[in-house]
Design a protein around this ligand. Structure first.
Ligand code: TEU
Ligand code: CA
Length: 557
């Protein structure tokens, strides 16, 4: 007993010393891989698990700790893996269960972590569970999905028809996303048991956690009320105004917040595991998923508002301020600027790599977890591909919709454009595969934008990202220190500045969003840790720093 108390005190003391009171996943850095596009090890034109294994040293050298892989489980691939037909097996084009196990252990050998993508909200319509459920009203799985005699007025997440007719049952099933992705019924305890079984299956194999697909819609209003009624059921006084606008009868149900805690408890059986929720909504809503009082729901959740950032100091000042206010310790925000669904950063910034560097500078130096999409480290951009030839089913939903309208809002309906193969070098297929045809065409710019070219170029995005992640890894204050924003009026126009402090160090981050050169007088003598640009204009002398247009710096005492 005494020994136990001693160990307890010792651990408490050590965590005070290192500041590591938070779980590892609040201090980590995440690199997202879209397996189909990362590296093709057997030259069939499709990226695979062995391909990822071959590139682990590359990711390690970049400095990332955690890898999140988009799904590679058994699937008819109609939504490229987000339509799962067996949660405990691997689609043959990606490899085998042994490959997945090897991936986990190779990641761990390098001192890194790996999280898988769990799509719990829906299965594929080819999943044996659904086939059985759809076969009659009386089979043992009849109640595993959401069946109704008549549709209500809900629309799918894509604002399309969400109820789909099945003759065998003379009924409709609900699908929050695409018609071939029927939603599971978590009010049936057997469904929950089966899904938690699959979660445990992977935890037993050593996976470090999960990214959770479409977590808002896990539960639907049990009475299938049209949206007006369900608003009241979950709204509370402190909800922000726009809550009313976003709530839908199939989203954000009280049971979903409870489910987050149950899932957390399952993970806790295996130690500290990352649960990263794909949650849409305002901060108040996100807090319901991560925990209102304590961080006892999902460990982390995305805030996708920032994907549509404005390249302005004011925008980021407000973003950081609100994230600090709404996710103070023991919570941690996630800083995400691109993923496998939305436009890449270079595309949003019209190819301006110096600007993109600044967003990343902010992403890795704020308090929270940076989540980084593969290829961003070389400044990959979206290809432009006609919607009618798209492999992505989403691109075919509104055939009459003029492309320029989608462009105008700064998004794309064709997710193929941002899922093109990783550009490794200037050889055939950008070194991704030596197949005649890759699953998606390699981007046209691969001869100039690739890992091998950028490794040799001093001022490249790749070299910047490598030093940036390294800076974050070397300075604990960036991973877990406080964040103190400098009031805008103390800085030149369109500049952002903040301190990151812990018990041992104090760092200052300065970012010039303007295209004009800026001079800042520092209160104390500081030295440079990192500059976003190697240009001569960015310099530090006699307590004064001159920042070139669109450049930034990290300084330390
Ligand atoms: O996405 C859910 C989602 O609502 C969006 O990000 C969506 O992909 C986008 O608005 C469409 O243009 C998740 C996954 O991230 C996505 O890849 C899957 O297709 C989807 O769920 C279904 O599982
Ligand atoms: Ca392959």
């Amino acid at each position: 007993m005494r020994f136990k108390i001693f160990i307890f005190l010792l651990t408490a003391f050590c965590s005070l010393q290192t500041g590591k009171a938070q779980p590892w996943y609040h201090q980590t850095t995440i690199y997202q891989i879209y397996p189909r596009s990362y590296y093709d090890s057997n030259d069939d034109g499709i990226g695979d698990i062995q391909g990822i294994i071959q590139k682990l040293d590359y990711i390690k050298a970049l400095g990332f700790e955690t890898i999140w892989c988009s799904p590679f489980f058994s699937s008819p691939q109609k939504d490229f893996g987000y339509d799962i037909s067996d949660y405990e097996n691997i689609a043959p084009e990606y490899g085998t269960l042994e490959d997945a196990q090897q991936l986990i252990s190779e990641v761990h050998k390098r001192g890194m972590k790996i999280v898988f993508d769990m799509v719990m909200n829906h299965t594929s319509d080819q999943h044996p569970w659904f086939k059985e459920s759809a076969s009659s009203k009386t089979n043992p799985k009849a109640d595993w999905y959401l069946w109704r005699d008549k549709p209500n007025k809900w629309k799918s997440a894509l604002l399309q028809k969400g109820w789909h007719y099945v003759k065998e049952r003379d009924q409709y099933y609900w699908a929050s996303f695409l018609p071939f992705q029927p939603d599971l019924n978590y009010r049936n305890p057997e469904v929950k048991k089966a899904m938690f079984g699959s979660v445990r299956f992977w935890l037993q194999k050593g996976v470090d956690g999960f990214r959770l697909d479409m977590f808002n819609s896990i539960y639907k209003d049990s009475l299938y009320r049209n949206n007006a009624a369900s608003r009241k059921a979950v709204m509370q006084k402190h909800d922000a105004k726009d809550y009313k606008k976003t709530v839908k009868g199939y989203m954000n149900q009280p049971e979903s917040f409870g489910f987050a805690k149950e899932l957390r408890a399952v993970c806790d059986e295996f130690g500290d595991k990352m649960l990263l929720g794909e949650v849409f909504g305002n901060h108040a809503m996100i807090r319901r998923f991560v925990g209102e009082e304590k961080n006892d729901g999902l460990g982390l959740a995305f805030d996708f508002e920032m994907l549509r950032f404005k390249f302005k100091a004011k925008y980021f000042h407000e973003l950081i301020e609100s994230l600090e206010k709404d996710f103070p310790e023991p919570f941690a925000p996630v800083y995400v600027f691109s993923n496998h669904d939305r436009r890449r950063m270079a595309r949003r910034l019209k190819g301006n790599i110096e600007k993109a560097k600044l967003i990343h500078l902010l992403q890795f130096t704020t308090r929270g977890v940076p989540c980084f999409y593969y290829g961003e480290e070389i400044g990959m951009t979206d290809s432009r591909m006609p919607y009618r030839k798209a492999l992505d089913p989403v691109a075919h939903l509104r055939p009459g919709l003029p492309r320029f309208l989608v462009d105008m809002v700064g998004e794309t309906m064709n997710r193929d454009e941002l899922r093109t193969p990783m550009q490794w070098d200037s050889t055939k297929n950008a070194g991704f595969s030596s197949a005649e045809k890759t699953w998606l065409p390699v981007s046209e710019n691969y001869e100039t934008v690739n890992v091998s070219v950028e490794e040799k170029k001093e001022n490249s995005m790749l070299n910047f990202i490598t030093s940036l992640v390294d800076t974050r890894n070397k300075h604990a204050a960036l991973a877990y220190g406080n964040l103190e924003l400098i009031p805008a009026k103390e800085l030149p126009r369109n500049m952002l500045g903040y301190y990151r402090n812990n018990e041992n160090e104090k760092l200052l981050v300065l970012i010039n969003f303007s295209k004009r050169k800026k001079k800042i007088s520092l209160k104390e003598n500081m030295k440079t840790v990192l500059f976003s640009s190697q240009k001569n204009l960015t310099s530090l002398n006699d307590n004064q720093i001159i920042l070139d247009g669109h450049s930034g710096a990290v300084l330390a005492h």
